[in-house]
Design a protein around this ligand. Sequence first.
Ligand SMILES: Nc1ccn([C@@H]2O[C@H](COP(=O)(O)OP(=O)(O)OP(=O)(O)O)[C@@H](O)[C@H]2O)c(=O)n1
Ligand SMILES: C[C@](O)(CO)[C@H](O)COP(=O)(O)O
Length: 246
Amino acid sequence: MYENHFVSVIIAAAGMSHRMGSKINKQFINLKNKPILAHTIEKFERCRFVDEIIVVAREEEIEYCKKEIIKKYKFNKISKVVRGGKERQDSVYNGILALDEKAGIVLSHDGARPFIKIKDIVSGIKGAAKYGACVIGVPVKDTIKVVADDNNIENTPKRSLLWIAQTPQCFKKEIILEGYKKAISDDYLATDDSALVERIGVEVKMIMGSYDNIKITTPEDLAVGELFLENKSIIFDNRKFILQSR
Ligand SMILES: Nc1ccn([C@@H]2O[C@H](COP(=O)(O)OP(=O)(O)OP(=O)(O)O)[C@@H](O)[C@H]2O)c(=O)n1
Ligand SMILES: C[C@](O)(CO)[C@H](O)COP(=O)(O)O
């Protein structure tokens, strides 16, 4: 609970892992001997404000998920495991339909983002309570180009305005519900939840997160992920910088 809001988290884990090119769902691949999805769920389990976690899994993986992730790692905030849909948006919507009736704040999170920090989850929950809608993200470091089909560069957006949207994306329940209902009635598909809320005219705040909250998408992300879990530190300017603080 956060300030009388019941906090629900939807973890989307029902993708096909096409870009990983793996036979098994990438979320069941081990990083330091623990499946990626277990690393992810653990962060939300350990966040004291989180009341329930709904895992969205592929229908054929629901039983595996219950046995090899939830039971094995003794997670006890999981209220339901529901089946996913064709797109991430369909999967999150199935999670929304399964929310506890007490839900007041709803977070959506990618099962494939295991390095989320608890402090950033807390910022997201507080942001949703304060503003109604917020997204955890980081400013881009590179210059971004808009490129046409023929590879010609069309334009160069001003970098200082560009942020990478990560998850969790955090909303008051009625706001995310309205965004999803409108998207469904308009047959509108987006790659994140915030876009559905932005298009109904609700302001969404961007909240500074952490650069290590990467999405495990392609094989090189696994190597980076293993490195993060080493908890290696680098020292410069008499400051200690820990690659991933847990
Ligand atoms: N129909 C879908 C598609 C994606 N996801 C989840 O949404 C998150 C972000 O998606 P992404 O990294 O793109 O995963 P995949 O869709 O599995 O990857 P790909 O596009 O390479 O197949 C992942 O945790 C993924 O499991 C989901 O629950 N349901
Ligand atoms: C929601 C998301 O993780 C924000 O960066 C991202 O949009 C998911 O997109 P994908 O196409 O499912 O990788």
